[in-house]
Each structure stands twice: as C-alpha cells, then as structure tokens.
Design a protein around this ligand. Structure first.
Ligand SMILES: C[S@@+](CC[C@H](N)C(=O)[O-])C[C@H]1O[C@@H](n2cnc3c(N)ncnc32)[C@H](O)[C@@H]1O
Length: 246
C-alpha cells in the first residue's frame, strides 16, 4: 500500500472530486481549501473527465488502439483504459506517489500500465514500459493524451514538448489536449493556491502552441461543449480543449 504523502497532488484532488478512493488526507485538505476559495469543483471535473472520455472514444473511432498518456494522474473514474477498453495504454506521470498508486490500480491489467514519464523529455520513459504496454510504439499511430498538464508548462516548454511529440509519433497519430482558460483570474485566492508555475491561457493563442499538429474542425472550445451531449454540462468555462491530427 502506498504510504501517505505530505504534499497534495492536483491529480489526487481530482480523484477526490470525482468521488474516487485513490487519494490521501493531504489531498482532501487541499481540495476543500481550494473549494473554499473557488466554489464547488465536482461538476467541473466530472465534465472535464467526460470530455476526456469523448475525446478518447473519438480517437478509438479513428482506429487508434495505442494510447500514451502524459500527466496521467489517477487511472480510474473513466480514465483512458476504461473508455478505450480494448486498447493498449501506457499512463505516465512525474509524481512518485501517484505513479505508485497507478501501478497498484493497474497491477492485474494486461494491456494498461503506468510508468514514470516527464512529458517534456520522452527519453525519461523506460523503453521496457513502452515496449510492454505500447506494442505499436514506433510502428502504429499513437493516441497522445495530454490532459490536465498544459497549465504546468510555460509557453516555450509546451510548444517544444508538443513539437517533440509530433516528431516522435507516426502519421495517423492523434492528440487530445486541454488547458486552463483564464476563468480562475476572477478567483485570486484560489489562483494563488495554484502557485507561480501555473499557466492560464486565452483560447485564441493556443493554436500557435500546437505547431504541426492540425486542429480538427471541432476546434478549441470549452470542454463541456466539445462534441457535447445535448444539452452540454452547465459548468463554468474553466477548461478548453480539442483534438489534433498528426
Ligand atoms: C491536474 S493533474 C491531471 C491528471 C489527469 N490527467 C486528469 O486529467 O485527471 C496534472 C498531473 O500532471 C503531472 N505533471 C506535472 N508536470 C508534469 C510533467 N512535466 N510531465 C508529466 N506529468 C507532469 C502531475 O504530477 C499531475 O499528476
């Protein structure tokens, strides 16, 4: 069993908001403090996870069956391998506690695994993990899932990272992405809780960061409205996202 951490993680706070079981007291304290400054979060993160589900299902519809997930967080509550249930999925993250938790959750899973991976440095992913969990790596189109991560990278780092990912995967690959809009600017106490390394972005500027990834006609929209159910979830436009093609 993973030992209780002393530092909260945004990924495990999301698990708490989604009603999951994979978080610790320190995450609950941080999540409740954030809600005190911002307001209820559960519906917002449910709508974000629902967007993830629709985007992953869209990639599956395009024939993708190998998924490389960055900043993966907790692999439950409708995460990638639960939606793309017949696919091969490698989840990666840099937070050791979340990685250990993910490896526990996926211990008995044949086609999904979890490994350390810094999105800004593809060589940080163990080749054995890529070979074992992504049999198509280097040969077949890859679904690159880049959700909940852009906020932690500045513009030059994000653009460089997306460009490297584009070079690393073959034609036919697809990218699912999201990013934090500027809504949190209206909640300065909550914004301060996210720290200095937190980056909000205006949707109009995001296509420039995509480089050679080609945005689909669905465009970049608030996540609740991306190929939405009718009617879309009624939540603040905190996150925007879309899908892009190699
Ligand atoms: C907000 S959580 C998102 C979790 C999950 N993708 C989701 O949407 O629920 C962000 C995650 O990104 C991870 N992270 C931050 N910087 C990273 C980096 N450079 N490479 C990979 N993961 C990173 C954090 O450890 C954290 O688990």
């Amino acid at each position: 069993m993973t030992q209780d951490p002393v530092v909260p993680s945004t990924a495990r706070m999301i698990d708490y908001w989604l009603g999951g079981r994979h978080h610790f007291p320190v995450d609950v304290t941080a999540a409740q403090a954030f809600e005190g400054a911002y307001g209820p979060c559960a519906a917002i993160f449910r709508s974000l996870r629902d967007f993830s589900g629709r985007a992953v299902a869209h990639l599956v519809d395009h024939g993708i069956d190998n998924f490389l997930v960055f900043g993966a967080g907790v692999p439950s509550q409708g995460n990638v391998h639960e939606v793309a249930s017949g696919s091969h999925v490698l989840y990666t993250d840099i937070d050791p506690v979340t990685i250990a938790l993910g490896q526990e959750i996926l211990a008995d899973h044949q086609r999904a695994g979890y490994a350390f991976g810094d999105a800004t440095d593809l060589s940080s992913i163990e080749p054995e993990a890529l070979t074992r969990f992504l049999p198509g790596w280097g040969r077949e189109p890859i679904g690159v899932v880049f959700l909940g991560l852009a906020a932690f990278l500045d513009d030059p780092t994000l653009a460089r990272t997306l460009a490297r990912l584009h070079r690393a995967v073959p034609p036919g690959s697809m990218l699912a992405f999201d990013f934090d809009g500027e809504e949190l600017a209206d909640h300065p106490v909550a914004l301060a809780m996210m720290g200095d390394g937190f980056h909000m972005r205006a949707p109009a500027g995001f296509p420039d960061l995509l480089g050679d990834w080609r945005l689909t006609p669905d465009g970049i929209v608030p996540v609740a409205r991306w190929r939405a159910e009718d009617p879309p979830a009624d939540v603040p436009d905190a996150f925007h996202g879309g899908v892009a093609l190699h």
